[in-house]
Design a protein around this ligand. Structure first.
Ligand code: AMP
Ligand code: MG
Length: 413
C-alpha cells in the first residue's frame, strides 16, 4: 500500500483511495422489487421493443388517412372498438373507423388516430368529424421508445426508481448486482454514552454518542449492510480486541474519534501496529486528522471525532470510497458557482467546508453561512442546505465574492 506521510489535499486523498480500493468481483441475483439503490454487475438489454405493438397515443378513432377530409365535415362508419388489452382483430374497410383508446393496438389498416375532440356528432354507428388537418398521427410505432435488445443500463450504474420502471416495462424481472458492502461503525472515547441513557445517569464529563447514529444514516442510501459495533474505550488492548473481532464480519470499518494526536488517541497507532496506514492527515477543515488504511486485510477509515468533522469527512471521503467498493464510480460532488451574501474569515492552508444556505433567484445562486462554524457545533447544520467550499489558497472573503457550493441533497444521495 502506498504510504503518504505528508498531509494530503482532498483530491489527492480520493485518488489514493481510488487506487487502493478494488472493484467488487462477486455478484448475486436480485429481483426488481429489492433492487433499488443496488449496483448493476451485468448490462441490461431490453427483452422486447417498447411499445411492443403499434399503439394509440390518444382516445379517438383509428382511420385510414385517405378517408379524412381537411376541408369539410365527413362521416365514417364505426366497425368496432380497440381497448387497451383488447385489440380490434379485423381489417378496417374503406370509409370506416374503429373507436380506440390510449394504449390500445392500432388496427392493421389504420395509419391515423383522430382525437375524439374532432367529432362533430355521432348517430348510431355514423361518426361525423369536423374538418381538420392532421400534422400528428397520434400513433406510437413499435420500438418508438426502446428497440428490442437496446442497452438500458451498464454495469456500475445504481438502480433508480426510473430504471426499475423501464426494466419492468422491458420484460426484465431479475438483475445481476454486486453484493452489499458490510460496513461496521464504531465510536471511540471513554466519555461517550449510548443515546437512550437517561440524562440523570450521564456522569460529569460524559456526553452522548451522536456520531454512530449520524454515520449510519449518512451511509444509509448506499448498497451496504451497516453493522453497529458500539463504542471503543480509550484502551489500546480493548481497541485491538474489538477491531480484530470486527474484521471477521465486515469489509470496511469506520471509527470516529481517537484519531488525532492526544494522549488518548489510539486509532492511528493501532492501524500501524496491525495493518497499514495509507495516510492520516488531510489539508481539510474540518477534518484534518483522517486515517485510511487496512487492518487485518479490511479497509479502515478513522474519522475525526468532532461531530462536524465526522460528517464532513464521511460525506466527502468515506461515502464515495464505500460507493466505489460497492461497484459504482466515485463521482465528484456537484459544485455550483454562487455569490457570497455574508463575509467569511479564512486562513490559507486548508480547504474549508462551511455550512451554508443557498438561494436561487433572478440573479442566480447566492449563499450565506449559517453562523458559528466550530467543528463541535451540530447546530451549524440547522438551516444548512449546502457546504461552502473555500479553497486552501483563499484568504478572507467578502460579500459579493464568488464561491463554490455543494448542495447537501447531492451529497446525501
Ligand atoms: P477525539 O478525536 O476523540 O479527541 O474527539 C474529538 C471531540 O469529539 C471530543 O470533544 C469528543 O468528545 C467528541 N466526540 C468523539 N466521538 C464522539 C461521538 N461519537 N459523538 C459525539 N462526540 C464525539
Ligand atoms: Mg477521544
Amino acid at each position: 500500500m502506498a504510504q503518504h506521510s505528508q498531509a494530503l489535499d482532498l483530491e489527492e486523498a480520493l485518488t489514493a483511495i481510488r487506487q487502493q480500493l478494488p472493484s467488487p468481483c462477486e455478484q448475486e441475483t436480485c429481483v426488481l422489487e429489492a433492487a433499488l439503490g443496488r449496483v448493476l454487475a451485468q448490462p441490461i438489454d431490453a427483452a422486447l421493443p417498447l411499445p411492443p405493438f403499434v399503439a394509440s397515443a390518444m382516445d379517438g378513432y383509428a382511420v385510414r388517412s385517405a378517408d379524412v377530409n381537411a376541408d369539410s365535415t365527413y362521416t365514417l362508419r364505426e366497425v368496432g372498438t380497440s381497448f387497451a388489452g383488447h385489440p380490434y382483430p379485423d381489417h378496417i374497410p374503406a370509409g370506416h373507423c374503429v373507436r380506440i383508446f390510449t394504449g390500445a393496438a392500432v388496427p392493421k389498416d389504420a395509419d391515423l388516430v383522430i382525437v375524439q375532440e374532432n367529432v362533430a356528432e355521432q348517430l348510431g354507428d355514423h361518426v361525423t368529424f369536423v374538418p381538420h388537418t392532421t400534422q400528428e398521427n397520434h400513433i406510437r410505432d413499435i420500438g418508438n421508445d426502446v428497440d428490442q435488445g437496446q442497452r438500458l443500463a451498464e454495469p456500475g450504474e445504481r438502480i433508480t426508481p426510473f430504471m426499475l420502471g423501464q426494466f419492468a416495462a422491458a420484460g426484465i424481472s431479475t438483475l445481476q448486482v454486486f453484493p452489499r458492502v458490510r460496513v461496521g461503525i464504531f465510536s471511540s472515547g471513554d466519555e461517550l454514552r449510548d443515546p437512550g441513557t437517561p440524562v440523570e445517569e450521564l456522569a460529569y464529563g460524559q456526553i452522548y454518542d451522536s456520531n454512530r447514529l449520524t454515520l449510519a444514516k449518512l451511509l444509509d442510501d448506499l448498497p451496504i449492510h451497516c453493522i453497529d459495533l458500539g463504542c471503543l474505550p480509550d484502551d489500546p488492548n480493548k481497541i485491538d480486541d474489538a477491531l480484530g473481532r470486527a474484521t471477521d464480519a465486515c469489509d470496511v470499518l469506520i471509527t470516529s474519534g481517537g484519531v488525532s494526536v492526544g494522549d488518548a488517541d489510539y486509532i492511528v497507532e493501532r492501524i500501524r501496529q496491525h495493518g497499514e496506514l495509507a495516510f492520516w492527515r488531510l489539508n481539510l477543515k474540518p477534518g484534518k486528522p483522517l486515517a485510511f488504511g487496512q487492518i487485518r486485510k479490511r479497509w479502515i477509515f478513522g474519522l475525526p471525532g468532532n461531530p462536524i468533522s465526522t460528517i464532513i469527512t464521511a460525506l466527502l471521503v468515506a461515502k464515495p470510497a464505500i460507493a466505489h467498493l460497492a461497484g459504482t464510480t466515485m463521482s465528484t460532488p456537484m459544485k455550483i458557482p454562487a455569490i457570497l451574501k455574508s463575509s467569511i474569515t479564512h486562513t490559507t492552508g486548508r480547504t474549508e467546508y462551511q455550512r451554508g444556505q443557498f438561494e436561487f433567484d433572478d440573479n442566480g445562486y447566492t449563499v450565506t453561512h449559517t453562523g458559528e462554524q466550530g467543528s463541535n457545533r451540530l447546530s451549524s447544520f440547522r438551516h444548512a442546505n449546502c457546504l461552502i467550499e473555500i479553497d486552501k489558497t483563499q484568504g478572507d472573503m467578502q460579500i459579493g465574492d464568488p464561491v463554490l457550493i455543494l448542495p447537501l441533497t447531492n451529497l446525501l444521495h
